[in-house]
Design a protein. Structure first.
Ligand code: SF4
Length: 365
């Protein structure tokens, strides 16, 4: 298949569903890692089209959702300073921190600029030499290379008024955590195709070997996801645990080598806290010491202690596939996209936003 329409083709989707129904002899619990995949599943109602007994649960792959509360608080603190221009992706604006959010700071006069690329943040820094420009660098392995490139480019012309507030996270350690938790129900994973496009398929081999769990790297269109489900079910029914690549039109075994190179030149792996979930060893990136001059936390001497999520928000359980958004008592009442209590209701990749947007307020019948 060559064109996007083919990956949304109703006939192909129904053929795949028929094959899934034919192969699935047992109940299975599968997790799609990425929030983009969750939104496709909800939008097209794929979970309701699958045979009874095949349950899809949603993983932690929403970058906005897992950015820790403390980091939101730091961004709010920076944006409140008159000498700072905070540059961010638009999704972060309405994510609640412990006391405020960036949108409120902007409404009170904070200079917050929204961009689609970190390179725009560099241009803002060049155009405003009297101000400190801080880019809020969040996301998975997909956004890490362009963010690394921005830091690298800032160093070479010697741009001194640019820094980054880094909150990058890495997918495989989160899968490891999910697999080692007591009572984990997930029997197969759909890995995120865009992350694997950067990092390569090979990254997931160790998890498959160590935990004997099938992982299929999947795309983001309905046909991609149904094909990935079929590949997982075929493995599970046959007692196999292998790494397979459904998204082969984009993912190579070694990934995008130049992107990985720049990323590893600028960032190093570190322990990182995930919102709601807690600290996961070796699950994030931070700037290497040679790039410390571009670290906003160091430049502004920032320290924010641990802060708690609103007690009502069960996003930690939603992000680990243990609960569905409709299990939350605040869902659709006290928590809506207009009045979000937690990040998964704000983000365009959040599971709660997906359920709300596609009117999935109750357990599917
Ligand atoms: S519905 Fe709102 S409060 Fe409930 S888990 Fe989702 S984000 Fe949190």
């Amino acid at each position: 298949m060559k064109y996007i329409d083919e990956y949304r083709d109703r006939e192909i989707a129904h053929k795949l569903l028929a094959r899934i129904a034919q192969r699935a002899q047992h109940p299975w619990v599968l997790m799609e890692i990425c929030g983009g995949q969750t939104h496709t599943i909800m939008r097209y109602g794929l979970d309701e089209l699958l045979p009874r007994g095949i349950e899809l649960v949603h993983g932690p792959g929403c970058p906005v959702c897992v950015t820790p509360l403390e980091m939101i608080d730091k961004a709010v603190e920076l944006a409140s300073r008159p000498d700072v221009i905070l540059v961010s992706y638009g999704d972060m604006l309405r994510v609640p921190g412990s006391k405020s959010d960036l949108l409120s700071v902007k409404a009170q006069g904070g200079d917050i600029r929204l961009v689609y690329s970190p390179m725009e943040a560099l241009r803002i820094a060049q155009a405003n030499p009297q101000r400190s420009v801080v880019f809020f660098a969040i996301g998975f392995e997909t956004t890490a290379p362009p963010n690394a490139m921005a830091v690298w480019q800032a160093r070479h012309p010697g741009l001194t008024n640019f820094s980054v507030l880094v909150s990058h996270v890495i997918v495989p350690p989160a899968i490891r955590l999910l697999l080692t938790q007591p009572g984990s129900r997930v029997q197969g994973f759909i890995a995120p195709g865009h992350v694997c496009t950067v990092m390569g398929a090979n990254e997931y081999k160790e998890l498959v070997r160590e935990f004997r769990v099938p992982i299929v790297i999947g795309g983001f269109e309905p046909v991609d996801l149904l094909q990935a489900v079929l590949m997982l079910i075929e493995q599970l029914e046959a007692g196999r645990a292998e790494l397979e690549n459904q998204y082969s039109r984009s993912v190579l075994p070694e990934g995008n080598v130049p992107a990985r190179r720049i990323m590893h030149e600028v960032f190093e792996v570190c322990d990182r806290k995930w919102r709601g979930i807690g600290a996961i060893p070796q699950s994030g990136y931070r700037l290497r010491p040679e790039f410390a001059a571009y670290d906003a936390e160091q430049r502004f001497g920032m320290e924010v202690g641990g802060v708690d999520e609103p007690a009502e928000c069960i996003s930690a359980l939603v992000l680990q596939g243990k609960k569905k958004p409709y299990d939350c008592t605040a869902f659709g009442t006290r928590c809506t996209p207009q009045t979000p209590l937690g990040a998964p209701m704000v983000s365009s990749e959040g599971a709660c936003a997906a359920y709300y947007q596609y009117r999935r307020h109750t357990v599917p019948s």
